[in-house]
Design a protein around this ligand. Structure first.
Ligand code: ATP
Length: 217
């Protein structure tokens, strides 16, 4: 994110991409103004939270008038550093890694997986979408040279910590961890954990046990 920006609460920061995405859609349909109630309905965040979130950026909205879509969009683009492409590296080109490489992240935001790494010699040198798979031997060299600060980890769980220990010694600041492993990192590194199997299992449990009217009573 931009260096000159004010510190905003983490919970607010997490909602920014959501707001940004919705505002992009609104802008494309030619809408000039949006109320916090409309935003609330679309992004499923209550309007009091939206008003509080927006208040961290100064008085962006006027009562009874709503928010200026273009102004907000410019503001979020700058805050989210969307003017500059953020290059991301992916480690572990298995089934999930390949799916992520094929997914067009730039459709919705200005991030792109530009480098992929794997230990499997059969995969090294191949291309997925337009991304070349490099040997893990070149990890530090490429990450340093290209100033990569965000890495997606899709290696098998048993390899996750060893790879992380190598990343910790580079300039990497964030790891999006798709493996089931819990990673040990110094406080200077942010880890965001997405365990799809656990997500699915807990969702299935939720659907089976809580999502009928009886259990809500
Ligand atoms: P596949 O069917 O292609 O093996 P998968 O997702 O079932 O995919 P995994 O065993 O989870 O396979 O491995 C994911 C990828 O991580 C594989 O391409 C594997 O070669 C690679 N890999 C394994 N160990 C490492 C490591 N230490 N560093 C980087 N990549 C690794």
């Amino acid at each position: 994110m931009a260096t000159e920006q004010i510190k905003i609460p983490k919970a607010t920061a997490k909602r920014l991409p959501l707001y940004y995405r919705f505002l992009q859609n609104l802008y494309q349909t030619g809408k000039l103004r949006v109320s916090s109630a409309e935003l609330s309905e679309a992004v499923k965040v209550d309007s009091a939270t939206i008003r509080r979130d927006f208040s961290y950026f100064g008085a962006l909205g006027k009562k009874g008038y709503g928010y200026n879509v273009q102004y907000l969009l410019n503001f979020f683009r700058k805050t989210l550093d969307q003017d500059e492409l953020t290059k991301v590296a992916l480690i572990g080109v298995g089934n999930l890694g390949t799916a992520l490489l094929r997914y067009n992240f730039t459709k919705n935001n200005n991030t792109k997986i530009c480098y992929a790494f794997d230990t499997n010699e059969g995969k090294v040198g191949t291309k997925i979408s337009d991304v070349t798979v490099y040997s893990l031997d070149q990890l530090e060299e490429i990450i340093e040279k290209e100033d990569i600060q965000v890495v997606i980890l899709t290696v098998p769980a048993h390899a996750a910590q060893t790879v992380t220990d190598r990343l910790v010694k580079t300039n990497v600041k964030g790891i999006l961890n798709f493996t089931p492993a819990r990673l040990n990192v110094p406080p200077t590194i942010n880890v965001h954990h997405i365990d799809l199997a656990v997500e699915l299992q807990s969702f299935v449990y939720f659907i089976k046990n809580y999502s009928n009217e009886e259990s809500e009573a």
